[in-house]
Ligand binder design. Sequence first.
Ligand SMILES: Cc1cc2nc3c(=O)[nH]c(=O)nc-3n(C[C@H](O)[C@H](O)[C@H](O)COP(=O)(O)O)c2cc1C
Length: 313
Amino acid sequence: MKYYMAPLEGITTYIFRQVYNRHFERFDKYFTPFLASTKLTSREKQEILPENNQGITLVPQILANNPDTFLGIARQLADYGYRTVNLNLGCPSGTVVAKKRGAGQLGDICRLRDFLDEIFEKCPLTISVKTRIGLESMEEWDALIELYSDYKLEELIIHPRLREEYYSGKPHVDAVSKAIKHGLGYPVCYNGDILSKDDLQRVVAFLTDIPDYNIMIGRGVLRNPFLLSQIKGLDSHDDSDSESLIRDFLIDLAESYAQAYGKGQDRNVLFKQKDIWNYLGLEVEGHDKEIKMIRKTESVAEYCSLVKRIYHG
Ligand SMILES: Cc1cc2nc3c(=O)[nH]c(=O)nc-3n(C[C@H](O)[C@H](O)[C@H](O)COP(=O)(O)O)c2cc1C
């Protein structure tokens, strides 16, 4: 079983990936948040530059519903030395779905088939897919499995929720089991709501008769950056060690963003830190006052001293 860090737009940037890797257990694979510009923007280039991603396996992700856009981005990625790309068929956001991209592509199987036919025929790179199990109805999944079984994917990553469910309710683990039992002939990866080792064990118990699959984790690792080492049974830190490790990670992260953004960018640096606190804050007890101050502060120096007040281990 291999473990992947999920792409989270605006959060798992190259800076986040680098800093996470300096402090915590590394994942087997990382995925960029989606790239969508026909000509990669300078921000998108930063995400995929090999020098920004040393020592890790990175798969760039593309969000596109037009074969020319997809192939144009893929060719630029090939020029940077990438051999595989991931297609986003899962993004549930209103603006993305309204343009029939991401999970919005799942609603019209004929159009999706035409799109896949063309990109699989012409793409110089292998293609994996990250998908939801339908737009509005569980009935859609069987046809999607049939569709995916017609292509030689690098891997199928399944977040087993409908678009309509966004992130609510429990993931439909049985949908993943159905896809694997169909015998697709390539690896399958489960993704969704793994926040603890127990959550993973529940998925493993559900998929008990299934020989091989991989696991992708997103929000769980933001809430608890030790999650992967705990899952692997490698975490032997006491509470005070853990506090100082998280503190050093958060300060490194803020300083790394500050360095990348340059002087006078405190507000932008802090936007990035505050996004992480939406998840990390859920796991912190007894520091409501400091967390409120983190949400309000406009100074990186004050932010770092608040982090030190919370994690003084
Ligand atoms: C803020 C946010 C941004 C996301 N951005 C992306 C993205 O760029 N590409 C993608 O495939 N999935 C994206 N996702 C979905 C995650 O990769 C993942 O599928 C989802 O969070 C479920 O996994 P988890 O429960 O382990 O977090 C995003 C999710 C969130 C909450």
